[in-house]
Design a protein around this ligand. Structure first.
Ligand code: SF4
Ligand code: SF4
Length: 446
């Protein structure tokens, strides 16, 4: 039915991959709602890939919503801003989504504040060279909002001797259940187009492609109504993991990012659709990254919703707003079911990379009966990187670490397609992750 909207168009995709049940119907038509402000916000210093941010506030200090509270801790690191007007109550460790106690800035919200963010000063983007533009993205605290949380300024900065021909905007949202990007494209298409235009103008790209799976016809229509000719809105076949940047580039441009290479090697810059809208918000409104859209859904949630959530909000507040947790709930996942992180506590805060909160009534992919490998080859056929998952998992299990590189272990980006498709329920991706840890340890020893 989704593809009926595009029956006269050729829908491209990448090779291999899997087709998990989409399960997006509970929230795909639900407009984004702002979640009410709560008493306390926790901002972990590590909510992006790279070095942790460094606090510039002290305990007891009053802060305004949108005020800078931590500086980047290095080049691959970014800024943090207060999600609320209130008072810093602690700089100590708090529970992180990774299950560990990690350094964080805790802020008590001022119950009498209006909680309107004060627009910040920002320069005219037309006057910025590539370095200065990238620095602005770092100042705005922008990271990939699709889940990876890679600092945006690092991606945007073009190294000496390189160029960008194409900007690729990722509106694929191929993880089951999640609809936050879909709703953003439907409700704020002007911000997505504006952010795309800003990226094109600054990098000198001559064309942009916004890739959207064909199960989001409203998003395609909303963007097509606004997009100029040089920004192409491309509906794609529905297949997981098309949202991985290498797969998306293959689907849109037919180009292969080489093993160990980057999109930049093909003169391509990729960016998530939410991040793209956030770039527009920074340059046009002066609002840094202090909130994001989160899909709260799954059979364990009575009233699934897409919520606009200040960063640092505890997961418990999202659950409460969506009617509490059904007693049948067996597993809570931050993100989507394929690549998300299982959560043990509702005290964990929403972070920059939190795209969803999923409450499942049966455990997904783990703790299920495992059987011997029947050599069916399905894991090979599903792997979008053309790896041999069963071989990699076997080598990791047997601790044959020196052979893992021969099978391109590090090309695996842990999409879990192999585990999902395995009829013997072998936790292939978990073994591959263990293999990566062992390989890194062996490398460090050397
Ligand atoms: S081996 Fe890695 S990249 Fe290939 S399907 Fe498995 S998890 Fe995905
Ligand atoms: S999918 Fe599972 S059973 Fe089939 S070859 Fe791969 S590991 Fe073996």
């Amino acid at each position: 039915m989704a593809n009926a909207a595009f029956q006269n168009e050729e829908l491209n995709t990448f090779k291999h991959g899997v087709h998990p049940l989409e399960n997006k119907g509970a929230t795909s038509f639900r407009a984004i709602e702002r979640v009410p402000f709560v008493k306390e916000y926790v901002m972990p210093l590590s909510q992006h890939i790279g070095a942790p941010s460094v606090p510039i506030v002290s305990t007891g200090q009053e802060v305004l919503r949108g005020e800078r509270i931590a500086d980047p801790g290095g080049f691959v690191s970014t800024t943090l801003h207060s999600p609320v007007t209130g008072r810093v109550t602690s700089l100590g460790p708090r529970l992180h989504a990774n299950g560990k106690m990690m350094p964080a800035i805790t802020i008590e919200a001022d119950p009498y504040a209006s909680q309107r963010a004060q627009p910040q000063e920002r320069p005219d983007p037309a006057k910025l060279d590539n370095r200065a533009f990238a620095k602005q993205l770092q100042d705005a605290g922008l990271v990939g909002l699709g889940g990876a949380a890679f600092p945006s300024h690092v991606k945007v900065q073009i190294p000496e001797g390189k160029k960008i021909e194409y900007v690729v905007i990722n509106g694929v949202e191929c993880e089951p259940y999640l609809t936050c990007d879909d709703r953003l494209m439907v409700e704020r298409p002007e911000a997505v187009i504006r952010g795309t235009r800003l990226l094109m103008d600054n990098t000198g790209a001559r064309k942009a492609f916004i890739g959207i799976e064909a199960n989001k016809p409203d998003a395609v229509e909303a963007l097509r109504a606004l997009a100029p000719g040089e920004i192409v809105i491309s509906p794609l076949q529905v297949k997981y993991p098309q949202g991985a940047e290498k797969m998306l580039i293959k689907a849109l441009l037919g180009l292969e990012v080489p093993s160990g290479g980057l999109p930049l090697d093909l003169d391509v810059l990729t960016n998530n659709v939410g991040t793209t809208a956030a770039i527009a918000d920074w340059f046009d409104l002066g609002i840094p990254l202090i909130e994001r859209v989160v899909t709260v859904t799954g059979p364990g949630i009575p009233h699934p919703r897409n919520l606009l959530v200040p960063l640092g909000t505890p997961l418990s507040a999202l659950i409460e707003y969506c009617g509490g947790l059904r007693k049948e709930t067996k597993q809570l996942i931050m993100g989507g079911p394929m690549m998300g992180m299982t959560q043990k506590s509702l005290d964990v805060p929403v972070m920059k990379g939190t795209s969803g909160l999923l409450a499942l009534t049966r455990v997904f992919q783990v703790d299920i009966q495992e059987y011997p490998c029947i050599k069916c080859g399905r894991c090979l056929e599903s792997c979008p990187m053309f790896l041999n998952p069963t071989r990699l998992a076997h080598l990791a299990k047997m601790k044959v670490v020196d052979k893992l590189a021969d099978y391109n272990l590090m090309d695996c980006f842990e999409c879990a397609s192999c585990s999902y498709t395995c009829p013997s329920n072998i936790p292939l991706v978990q073994w591959i992750r263990i293999g990566k840890v062992m390989a890194r340890e062996a490398q460090n020893k050397k």
